[in-house]
Design a protein around this ligand. Structure first.
Ligand SMILES: [Zn+2]
Length: 430
């Protein structure tokens, strides 16, 4: 008899413990306005339930137990953590060349660690970092340290260094006898390209970046930013084939329409910058599900001498024209179904990435579409749509809150007061 009692006792004790334990693990977020990453209109008075690092339910009529852990965001707009698809986290403010020549990758890794924290606290919970610009493996190390919880930062995908033909992406203006660190992995011809892509995969790259053209190689016009074409179609085919075989997407740094056409022909996954693309080219991209990451902000900052230091009069004229053309291009993209993704390219100002989204809206994008481009559409490009980019059951709890309503005033996206990543709170200014 006493044995049965003790078994019953044990059963109730364990189930009671499990019940209490399960209750303890749940966090209830009460929202005022909610953008879940996909919808066209904000929802109101929703509750998000989180267990450990995942969202377990989202709904209106969720009963909240009296003793539950509640985060009250009812006065705010709640959104999925933002995804910046074009960053250079181990660059920092100040002269670009000096960083590469005078600073060690170790120093830059420390700087990048500070930038990562600032980026996360600005509500950017995921970044796709498209080149460390000569900083060894600082980006890989930062990604891994963030993943292990050693330092705070966004989830990071890294490209390490882009692949480019000899001289296509390098520091310019130095004597050939003078040693300057590489800012790309140079490769000419199919076999070298194959080898560099395989090397990047071995070193831990999450994507491959390729330079279709760059001003560093050769300017072919003086009035706008241009570059000579880098690779032949044969070479590009090998690059994409090798990357895709390993499941890595390819991001193509592109200015001109003809370079974009070539990149589209070989099936890259995204066109970065795309300064002068035609409407037909955007149509083709839409048909082939190739994403457009316009990076509007960086050229305006460069024009205004807010990055890369003071610029010459000639350069100012050239960049003024470039920005004008880029804006027209962005407006052409908006007329087509091409998927546009938020990418700031603004290493100088960590924490202000969302200024890019302000510009996207300024130049004609609907604010709700701009929010999608920084959440669900970005997660599609990054291949992370089963884990981040929306506030839905089963996703990681990457949740931010801003003051105001960014659908009515996109600048409110810069007023971040709460950041949760992976179920952990990193900023709470409530
Ligand atoms: Zn860039």
């Amino acid at each position: 008899m006493s044995k049965i009692y003790s078994i019953f006792f044990l059963f109730f004790w364990i189930s009671g413990f499990l019940f209490i334990h399960a209750q303890e693990n749940l966090v209830y977020i009460k929202t005022g306005k909610l953008f879940d990453g996909r919808i066209n209109q904000l929802r109101t008075d929703m509750v998000i339930v989180i267990k450990d690092n995942k969202i377990v339910s989202v709904g209106k009529d969720i009963a909240i137990p009296a003793d539950a852990t509640i985060i009250d965001l009812t006065g705010m707009t709640v959104l999925p953590g933002l995804i910046d698809a074009h960053t250079h986290i181990v660059l920092h403010s100040g002269n670009y060349e000096e960083q590469i020549i005078r600073e060690t990758p170790e120093y830059r890794a420390i700087y990048g660690t500070v930038n990562a924290k600032a980026t996360l606290e600005a509500g950017i919970t995921t970044i796709r970092d498209v080149g460390n610009e000569g900083a060894g493996f600082a980006d890989v190390a930062l990604r891994d340290a963030v993943n292990k919880g050693i330092v705070p930062g966004p989830r990071i995908q890294v490209a390490i260094q882009p692949v480019s033909g000899t001289g296509s992406y390098a520091l310019v203006g130095f004597s050939p006898y003078y040693f300057v660190p590489n800012i790309s992995y140079e490769a000419d011809g199919p076999s070298e390209i194959r080898k560099q892509v395989r090397r990047l995969i071995k070193e831990g790259a999450d994507l491959i970046k390729v330079y279709m053209e760059s001003f560093e190689k050769k300017q072919i016009r003086t009035d706008i930013l241009t570059g000579a074409l880098n690779y032949s179609k044969e070479e590009l085919k090998i690059l994409v084939e090798e990357a895709h075989r390993a499941g890595l997407p390819v991001a193509a740094h592109t200015y001109s329409d003809h370079a974009a056409r070539l990149a589209i022909e070989v099936n890259v996954n995204s066109i970065e910058h795309g300064l002068y693309l035609s409407e037909e080219t955007f149509q083709l991209m839409a048909e082939k599900n190739i994403y457009y990451v316009p990076t509007l902000l960086v050229y305006e900052l460069w024009r205004d001498s807010k990055i890369f230091g003071q610029i010459s009069i000639e350069n100012k004229i050239k960049l003024t024209n470039t920005v004008e053309e880029h804006i027209k291009t962005f407006k052409r993209a908006l007329k087509t179904p091409v998927k546009i993704v938020f990418g700031s390219d603004t290493f100088e100002l960590p924490g202000t990435n969302a200024q890019e989204i302000e510009l996207m809206v300024k130049y004609g994008m609907q604010s709700i579409d701009a929010l999608k481009s920084a959440t669900s559409i970005a997660s599609d490009l990054l291949g992370l749509n089963d884990s981040v980019g929306t506030i839905e059951e089963g996703k990681f709890a990457d949740i931010i809150a801003v003051k105001g309503n960014p659908v009515e005033n996109i600048s409110d996206l810069l007023k971040v007061v709460f950041v949760m990543k992976d179920g952990k709170i990193y900023l709470n200014k409530l």
